[in-house]
Write a protein that binds this ligand. Structure first.
Ligand code: UDP
Ligand code: MG
Length: 332
């Protein structure tokens, strides 16, 4: 173990920072400057090796994001860019970055500087202590709006209830070793939910806490609809619980209707006030109709997933790459 550690210290890892960007022209100058300063600091301290760099993944932005990335990549050896052919969403863009960037360790983070960069040295420290995956966990969400905080926290609890293995309050700020990233390559699911997938890899993990800041500039690229869609992916990609729930509801309702039928027979046989009323006919009808529609909807959701996955479509297309590292270092 000691020998292992000594070797590690003698050969610091090459670090790649992977950042998906969608219309991030307002934040890119500041983000680049701060990340470069962080890389320089880590390199000066001997914590990372030369060749460490920033990898921006342009997720089909419609503003000047790609031009800016391209320009940085021409002027700075430690900035590289990957351009996707169109907007594929944060999770796909992130996966593309992870699978394309070289390096011994990869840290994924958002482009808007919400993730505290001071967690990076700590993550590297955990890696050197033997962890292959280090999860960045938000300490508290005081900077988020009440709605975002409440909905996000309830969602993490809900996922845990559904049996989805997930690190509480961890989004996509994490360090992965080369080995962990290579393992991720083996999963070719169409509906990505990386924060559910990565813990499943099973390598030794650690947690680093950080405070989440406000977005440095620009607006959130995750409107409510995208957030809900990601939340739904999380549930239906990792849990068959909703399907089981349907069976449960169906059974309970069947039992209730049997009891109701028995009650109807009893009233008919033993009382005069027998004519079963409007309510007892119509209400169950609506109720069962509703349950059936709901059940069909949930089953349909899973069938749609099978349909999507059976097409095995690629999750992204790389249109172009820029930056020295792609030619100097062998990708992967
Ligand atoms: N993002 C992306 N593709 C998208 C939406 C977002 O690559 O379709 C990126 C975005 O540029 C940012 C990160 O994903 O780097 C997180 O998005 P954002 O900060 O807008 O989300 P929030 O922090 O508001 O949840
Ligand atoms: Mg953000």
């Amino acid at each position: 173990m000691d020998i292992q550690k000594a070797t590690d210290l003698a050969h610091p890892p090459v670090l790649s920072l992977v950042l998906p960007c969608y219309n991030e022209q307002e934040v890119l100058p500041e983000t680049t400057a701060r990340l470069q300063a962080m890389l320089a600091r880590l390199q000066a301290n001997g914590e990372i090796a030369e060749g460490s760099a920033i990898y921006y993944v342009d997720d089909g932005s419609r503003d000047r994001t790609w031009e800016m990335i391209h320009d940085y990549a021409e002027r700075h050896a430690d900035v590289c860019g990957i351009k996707l052919s169109r907007n594929r969403g944060h999770q796909n863009a992130l996966l593309c970055g992870l699978l394309t960037a070289p390096g011994d360790i990869l840290i994924s983070l958002d482009a808007d500087l919400q993730d505290d960069l001071e967690a990076i040295p700590q993550m590297i420290q955990r890696y050197r202590e033997g962890s292959e995956i280090v999860f960045g966990v938000r300490r508290k969400r005081t900077k988020d709006t009440f709605f975002k905080r409440f909905s996000a926290e309830s969602y993490y609890k809900f996922l845990a209830m559904m049996g989805v293995q997930i690190v509480y309050n961890h989004a996509d700020y994490r360090l992965m070793s080369r080995r962990a990233v290579e393992s991720l390559r083996g999963y070719d699911e169409t509906h990505l939910f990386l924060r559910g997938l990565v813990p499943q890899l099973g390598y030794k993990g650690a947690i680093v806490e950080f405070d989440r800041a406000e977005r440095f500039a620009g607006e959130s690229k995750y409107p409510l609809t995208k957030m809900l869609s990601l939340a739904w992916q999380g549930v239906t990609s990792f849990s068959a619980y909703p399907l089981r729930l349907i069976t449960g509801i169906g059974m309970i309702i069947s039992v209730i209707s049997l009891v109701m039928a028995a009650w109807a027979v009893v009233t008919k046989l033993f009382t005069d006030s027998a004519l079963p009323g409007w309510a007892s006919t119509v209400i169950p009808m609506y109720f069962l109709g509703g349950v059936q529609l709901l059940s069909l909807g949930i089953i349909g959701e899973y069938v749609a997933k099978i349909f999507e996955s059976s097409k095995k479509r690629p999750r992204f297309h790389v249109e172009s790459l820029c930056g020295e590292r792609f030619t100097d270092a062998t990708p992967r």
